[in-house]
Ligand binder design. Sequence first.
Ligand code: AMP
Length: 453
Amino acid sequence: MPRTKSSASKRVPRKRKQIQSIKGMHDILPMDSKYWEVFFDKIRAISHTYDYRYMETPVLEKSELFKRAIGDDTDIVSKEMYTFKDKSNENLTLRPEWTASFMRAYIENGLAHQSQPVKVYTHGPLFRRENPQAGRYRQFHQANFEVIGSEKPVMDAELIFVGWNFLKQLGLKDIIVKINSIGTPDSRKEYIDVLVNYFASKKSALNADQKKRLKNNPLRLLDSKDKKLKTLVEQAPQSIDYLDDESHEHFKSVLEFLDEVEVTYQLDHTLVRGLDYYSRTTFEFFAVDPKTGEHSLALGGGGRYDYLAAELGDKSEETAAAAGMALGSERIIEYMKDNGIKPPEEMEIDVYLVQLGELAKKKSLKLFHSLVESGLVAKQSFNRDSIKSQLKQADKNNAKVALILGQKEALEDTILIRDMESGIQEVIPVKNIAQEVRNRIEKGTIIKKKSKK
Ligand code: AMP
């Protein structure tokens, strides 16, 4: 409820402790609505262009789903999930990502029987109990795309191209895609053995946490943020040298498609993405970090997960190969704000309806509706009473025309039409006003008779 000056608000007890939001969870405020709306609009538009259809899964899932898909030894599952028992003693988790839920839904709803691949997108909140810091929240949002039911490399390239184009359309310029291939589970086994031997021979350089990683999830040593490990990581064996022939061909083909559409990419052998379900292509979008000047700010990422369907119990003879991509909404919007990238302009306003007096206010509700119904882009502020402040709003909104309905006009079924550029206005009949406004805008002559200013 908005604060009003009514006497009711004075009766609220004053000494109550203020309740704050949960640490790491934030509000999206109207000051930022333009950014969020542009984000949604462009996600929807690009999804339609590339034929991704909207899909949604519940915010809560059985904990087992994420444990099995993402893996027990990942940070997400071992430390970051919001898990609790509900009243029937079932372990439930607030989704920390989308892929596992989408694959569960694909199998459960028999989407394998639809035309393949199933290409879907969504947008919404995810939950990870990470250490809150700039660009890192405990509830955050992602736009997510999945292609389930195709192993073709062109689908990996399409996902990357969609993400790349989306970021460009928002006005982000200096973006690169870092890309790698981690092969199939079989080829990865050989690679992991070599990697473990390599790091084991340098064990004295590892701290306790890194030694634990070496034991539980050695691939994660490669995306360590520890500067002391940088040279070791740079010189580590690379997964692309251990790919089976098919994975090698697949990766080559993905890169050729990216060359064709001129996406700027960089091979990065440290990009393993750490979750159990990934296979073959892994990629991330990076922007220049305004603080360091390096391409170190991850805006989104994704990869292929051809073996997840089987892991989640898909009984089909040929389980669904798949690939996906997620774009971090907060990260992208904060990047736009930090770098002075304004959201592309809203739709141009045709007409702003101004009302003055009780009778005019009453009539203007219906009149406004008829303007909108006619297809004109119209705005109003019924809450305001002063003509001056309403005209100021019309000006702020860059309206071409203001329609002013005063007490006299409301009684006489007339209305004042005002050219917002020149400030010149004319009294005209209110009948068929929408058509009249449209005609005048189309002709570029808002005022026919110069009556008053
Ligand atoms: P991930 O699902 O971890 O691959 O993340 C994909 C993208 O989501 C990242 O590149 C970030 O832009 C964003 N992201 C991931 N975790 C967070 C978080 N805790 N808070 C805000 N954005 C996040």
